[in-house]
Design a protein around this ligand. Structure first.
Ligand code: BGC
Ligand code: BGC
Length: 643
C-alpha cells in the first residue's frame, strides 16, 4: 500500500493563497446546518430537478446526463442553456446556504450534448494522433463552448487503459499504453483547466476537469462494462492508475469513481481505494464524485447503499432521479450514527474547496465574479479548424498497395456506403444523445461529412463524384472509396462478444469484392471505436484507412486521401495505432505488454507516403466465424437496483 506515490499537486497550493482558501472553506462550513451540508453532497440530474428544488434543498450541484437538454428540447439554443444555468445559480444563491450551485456535463469530444458544437475525434483517435498540443488546444475549445452555455464542470478526461476490445467504452480510451494515456489525458486536462494549471484558480473562461473513472475500468474481465477487474494492486497502480496520477499531479480537482469492481469489490464501496489510496496516500484534496447512481450498487437496502458509499469516501452522489430519497438517507444516516459527522465535514470541505477554486465562494462582503457573456452560437471556424487538423492527424493507414493513395483529384470517384454521409455514425456515442443514436443530418448544422469533404476537393478539380449508399449493378469509376464501420453506441450497448466485424456486416465486404471484380481499385475507410478483426476487408481493399470516430469535421480527411494541388504541400498520414490490432476475431485482449499474443499490427503501426512503397501481403481469413454479430447484454453481470 505504501507503494502509491504521494503526487498530488493541489490547485490551492498554486494559488499561493492556500491558507486563505482553507479559512474561507472553514467559514462557510461553520455556518452550515447538517441538511445544508448534505445538500452540497447531492448532484441531481436535470430532468428530475428544478431551480426551485435547488433553492429549497440547498443542492450542491446538478448534471445533465447524455441526451438531457434544457426544457427537454434537443434543439435548445446556447441562450437556453445559458439561461437555465443562470436560473440555477440564482436560485442556489437564494437558498439558505447561499452557496452557488455547480453544473457538470459530459463534454467528452467537444460540448457533445449541445447542437451546433464542434465535435472532435473521440479519444481513441486523439491517442492515434499522439499530438499533445492539438489535444490541449481542442480541449481548450471544448472549455470555451461549455463556458458559453453557463456550465463550469466537465466529466473528463477519461483515463481508462482499455485492454479488451469487446468493451463498449474502448473509444473513450486514448491508448492501451498507460504512458500514452497519461500524456494525452494531462494535455486534455490542461486545455480544460486553462490558466489554473499555473495559477490555481479556475477562471470564468475555464472549467473544472474530472479524472475518470477511478479505478480499473479498462481491466474488466471479458471487457464487460461495469464488470470485475481481476488484477494485482501493482498492476492497478502501474497500469490503470497511470493517467489518474498524471492528472492529480497537475492539480485536477475532481475525480469520478468507477462502476467496476476490483477483485470482486465494487469500487464505489471500496474504502481502501477511495480513502486510503486516493485521499491519504496520493494526497488528493479535491472532491470525489460517484458515477451515475453508482452509490446504489452496494447493498439491497437503498439507505444502506448510500451510506456505504459515503463511508467509503465518496463526497458527491450523482443521482439520476431519487435525490430526495438520497438526501433523507444521508440525513438519517448521520442522525442514527451510521455516518460520522467528520465524514460529512470532510466531504463538504472538499466540495467547498473546489467551489472556492472556481471563485464561487467569496469572503463576506466581497462580490463574486460575474460569468462571461453568452455567445449566440457555438459555431466557430477556429474550433472547426482544430477539429479538421485532429481528423487528419488521427487517421491510421494500414495498407496502401501499389500506392493507391494519394488519389488523383481528376478522376471518376465512386463513394460507396451510407456511412460516408452519416455524421451521426462519424461522431459515434456521446453525440447529442447518450448512445449517439437517433440523430439526423439537421442535428449537425456545421458538420462536414466524409462525402462533403471528398466533393469539395474533387469537384473544383475537374473530377467527378458519384455517391451510392449501396452499390448498384455495373459499377463504373476510376476508383471507389468504400466508407463503412460501426454504428454509434456508448456504455453497455457497445459491448461485444467477439471482434469479427463482417459477421454481422457483410455488405461492405461484398461491395468491395464486386468492385474488385469490375477492376475498380478500392480504398476502404473504416469508422470504428476500437480495433476489430477486418482481415477479409483488408484483403479486399487496395488501401485501408482507419478513421476512428472523427466527429463533425470528418470531411477533412479528404485532404490526406487526395493529392495536393500544385504548390500545396501534400498532407501525409501521421497517425499511429495506439492499440494493437487483432489478428483473430477471438483475440479480444492483444496488448503490447503481453508477449503471448501476436497482433496483426503492433502498437505504433501506421504507414506514411514518405516511407514509399510498402506492400501488404494478404492476411489469413480462415477465422471468419458465422456467428451473428452479437451485442453483449446491457450491464451483464452487474447489479440490481435496491428497493
Ligand atoms: C458514465 C460517466 C458519465 C455519467 C454522467 C455515467 O453512466 O459512466 O462517464 O460521466 O454517466 O452522464
Ligand atoms: C444518461 C447518461 C448516463 C446513463 C447511465 C442515461 O440515461 O443519459 O448520461 O450515463 O443513463 O445509465
Amino acid at each position: 500500500m505504501n507503494d502509491w506515490p504521494n503526487c498530488c499537486n493541489p490547485l490551492e497550493e498554486k494559488t499561493g493563497e492556500a491558507e486563505a482558501i482553507e479559512q474561507l472553506v472553514e467559514d462557510y462550513l461553520s455556518r452550515l446546518t447538517m441538511p445544508e451540508k448534505v445538500g452540497q453532497m447531492i448532484q441531481a440530474e436535470l430532468a428530475s430537478v428544478t431551480p426551485e428544488d435547488a433553492k429549497n434543498h440547498a443542492l450542491g450541484s446538478i448534471l445533465n446526463g447524455g441526451g438531457v437538454f434544457p426544457n427537454d428540447n434537443k434543439h435548445a439554443s446556447v441562450q437556453d442553456w445559458w439561461n437555465l444555468a443562470q436560473e440555477f445559480v440564482n436560485a442556489s444563491k437564494q437558498s439558505s446556504s447561499g452557496i452557488p450551485i455547480l453544473w457538470g456535463t459530459d463534454a467528452v469530444h467537444g460540448h457533445n450534448n449541445v447542437i451546433g458544437a464542434t465535435l472532435f475525434p473521440h479519444n481513441i483517435g486523439l491517442g492515434a494522433s499522439g499530438n499533445l498540443d492539438l489535444i490541449e488546444a481542442l480541449s481548450r475549445a471544448t472549455a470555451e463552448d461549455v463556458v458559453a452555455t453557463g456550465i463550469g464542470w466537465v466529466f473528463g478526461p477519461n483515463l481508462a487503459v482499455a485492454q479488451d476490445y469487446r468493451w463498449g467504452r474502448t473509444f473513450e480510451s486514448f491508448s492501451e499504453d498507460p504512458e500514452k494515456v497519461a500524456e494525452c489525458g494531462a494535455a486534455a486536462a490542461r486545455g480544460l483547466l486553462g490558466s489554473a494549471c499555473q495559477n490555481g484558480y479556475i477562471e470564468t473562461d475555464s472549467v473544472i476537469a474530472t479524472s475518470k473513472h477511478f479505478l480499473g475500468e479498462g481491466a474488466t474481465s471479458e471487457g464487460i462494462d461495469q464488470g470485475n477487474a481481476i488484477c494485482s494492486e501493482k498492476e492497478l497502480r502501474e497500469k490503470h492508475a497511470c493517467g489518474h496520477l498524471a492528472l492529480l499531479e497537475q492539480g485536477v480537482p475532481t475525480v469520478m469513481a468507477a462502476f467496476n469492481s476490483w477483485n470482486g469489490s465494487k469500487v464505489h464501496g471500496d474504502q481502501y481505494l477511495l480513502t486510503q489510496v486516493l485521499k491519504e496516500h496520493i494526497g488528493f484534496t479535491g472532491l470525489l464524485i460517484s458515477d451515475w447512481d453508482g452509490f446504489l450498487h452496494l447493498d439491497e437496502d437503498f439507505d444502506t447503499s448510500c451510506i456505504k458509499c459515503v463511508n467509503a469516501g465518496v463526497d458527491v452522489l450523482m443521482v439520476s432521479s431519487d435525490w430526495r430519497r438520497v438526501l433523507n438517507a444521508l440525513n438519517d444516516g448521520v442522525q442514527e450514527g451510521r455516518i460520522k459527522e467528520e465524514r460529512i465535514d470532510d466531504a463538504v470541505r472538499r466540495i467547498l474547496r473546489v467551489k472556492a477554486l472556481k471563485r464561487l465562494l467569496v469572503p463576506e462582503g466581497a462580490e463574486s465574479k460575474s460569468p462571461a457573456t453568452p455567445r449566440r452560437s457555438l459555431a466557430s471556424s477556429h474550433h472547426d479548424e482544430l477539429a479538421r487538423e485532429a481528423v487528419q492527424h488521427s487517421l491510421v493507414l494500414l495498407k496502401n498497395n501499389h500506392q493507391t493513395l494519394p488519389l488523383s483529384r481528376e478522376q471518376k470517384i465512386l463513394v460507396v456506403g451510407s456511412a460516408a454521409d452519416d455524421l451521426g455514425q462519424q461522431c459515434g456515442g456521446w453525440t447529442i444523445t447518450w448512445q449517439g443514436t437517433n440523430n439526423s443530418r439537421s442535428d449537425f448544422p456545421h458538420g462536414n461529412s466524409i462525402l462533403d469533404g471528398i466533393r469539395e476537393i474533387v469537384e473544383p478539380s475537374n473530377g467527378n463524384v458519384t455517391y451510392l449508399e449501396e452499390l448498384g449493378d455495373k459499377p463504373d469509376a476510376d476508383v471507389a472509396i468504400v466508407v463503412f464501420g460501426e454504428q454509434p453506441y456508448a456504455e453497455g450497448e457497445g459491448d461485444l462478444n467477439h471482434l469479427n466485424f463482417s459477421a454481422g456486416n457483410r455488405q461492405p465486404l461484398e461491395s468491395m469484392h464486386r468492385l474488385k471484380e469490375a477492376g475498380i481499385p478500392v480504398v476502404a475507410v473504416f469508422l470504428t471505436g476500437r480495433p476489430l478483426w477486418i482481415n477479409p476487408e483488408l484483403n479486399a481493399a487496395d488501401a485501408f484507412v482507419v478513421a476512428w470516430l472523427p466527429g463533425t469535421q470528418a470531411g477533412a480527411m479528404a485532404s490526406v486521401l487526395f493529392e495536393s494541388t500544385a504548390g500545396q504541400e501534400q498532407l501525409d498520414f501521421v497517425g499511429k495505432l495506439s492499440f494493437s490490432w487483432p489478428a483473430r476475431p477471438d483475440q479480444c485482449c492483444v496488448n503490447f505488454d503481453d508477449p503471448s499474443e501476436a497482433p496483426l499490427f503492433p502498437l505504433g503501426y501506421g504507414l506514411t507516403y514518405a516511407d514509399g512503397v510498402q506492400e501488404l501481403d494478404s492476411v489469413p481469413e480462415q477465422h471468419i466465424c458465422d456467428a451473428p454479430f452479437l451485442r453483449g447484454p446491457k450491464y451483464q453481470g452487474s447489479y440490481n437496483y435496491p428497493k
